[in-house]
Design a binder for this molecule. Structure first.
Ligand code: NCD
Length: 331
């Protein structure tokens, strides 16, 4: 067992054993969709993530994944997801093959996704994949022997973001049960809200959706969540749901997903959260955003203690450390 320092004494860490645990429940598993998680899985992931947070605070980096290699394969732009996976791997003593510019790889010669992942798994132990097509990670997982982690498949899902979003809520507010979560912005093309709404439906929550009608939450996701008995309500403005909101989850209008530029122009700038907006909000609520923001939260909000979006990014590191340790059989 690796050692955790607590107040000068050394105590064994319960979740981070030495040696691959080939019988560990997540060993070798793909992470493709939030639908694969039960509530007890989430409790476990967050326990490990919390422990990673403490380890990073105390010792910064440690060698749990020494010798392991991650291939970071990104067919779409990324700042946070790609660099937090890199940081997660390196803080655990592993290393990374970065393929952020697929145009400089053989993808630009026309290599297929299955062949690209079958190549990378010859060199790496785990592959993180971001791709513009829904279902790309599932396709990659079909061909790969090594674990595939979905880092965003078009307008489909972004499961690791939803995990870090939920971890943020737990760390900031102490619970998820009993909360009202209000999602605002582009709920049609935003993959983070698709994953987060599904994950929240495992808890006793109320979900509000605030969006212009042309980018409303897809009907099939609302129906799926309705079958779990979760109360949901839709609005086009924030004023009614805001006072009851515990978590305001703001999203960017996903410009790159619109086929009609006029349609984008018609909804861009629909909502801007300012200090004045938050006057009507609870004192103990939080404002989240997967980032990047492009104007939907004014920078004047950043100093409000309720602004959790920068802390949310940092929580992402701990969740991704936990996930890598788990699929590589070290947690
Ligand atoms: C999000 C994404 O890529 O879906 N970004 C992220 O991973 N933090 C959100 C977005 O691009 O708006």
């Amino acid at each position: 067992m690796p050692l955790t320092k607590t107040n000068g004494t050394i105590t064994p860490s319960p979740h981070l054993p030495f040696g691959d645990q080939q019988t560990a429940p997540w060993y070798g598993k793909d992470i493709l969709s939030v639908s694969q998680f039960s509530r007890s899985d989430l409790t476990y992931i967050f326990e490990v993530a919390h422990e990673m947070r403490e380890m990073v605070a105390r010792i910064g980096a440690f060698d749990l994944l020494k010798g392991k290699i991650l291939a970071n394969l990104f067919y779409e732009p990324s700042t946070r997801t790609s660099s937090s996976f890199t940081a997660a791997m390196e803080r655990l003593g592993g290393s990374v093959i970065p393929i952020n510019e697929v145009r400089y790889s053989s993808v630009s010669k026309g290599e297929s996704l299955p062949d690209t992942v079958r190549t990378l798994e010859c060199y790496a132990d785990v592959i993180v994949l971001r791709h513009p097509e829904v279902g790309a990670s599932a396709l990659a997982a079909k061909y790969a022997r090594k674990p595939i982690i979905n880092a965003g498949d078009g307008i489909g899902e972004h499961p690791t973001q939803a995990l870090l979003d939920l971890f943020t809520i737990f760390e900031e507010l102490g619970t998820v049960d009993g909360l009202t979560v209000t999602m605002l912005g582009d709920l049609k093309y935003g993959r983070t809200v698709h994953s987060l709404a599904r994950l929240l439906s495992l808890y006793d929550v109320k979900i509000n959706y605030v969006a212009p009608p042309i980018v409303a939450m897809p009907r099939e996701i609302i129906a799926e969540i309705d079958r779990k008995g979760i109360p949901q309500a839709e609005f086009t403005t924030l004023d009614r749901p805001l006072p009851e909101t515990d978590v305001l989850y703001v999203t960017r209008i996903q410009k790159e997903r619109f086929s009609d530029p006029d349609e984008y122009e018609s909804v861009k700038g629909s909502y801007v959260i300012t200090p004045a907006t938050l006057q009507a909000a609870k004192q103990d609520m939080i404002v989240m955003h997967p980032l990047p923001r492009v104007g939907e939260i004014s920078m004047d909000v950043d100093d409000d203690p309720r602004a959790a979006y920068f802390r949310q990014m940092e929580y992402g590191l701990f969740v991704r450390m936990a996930l890598l340790a788990m699929v590589l059989g070290k947690a």
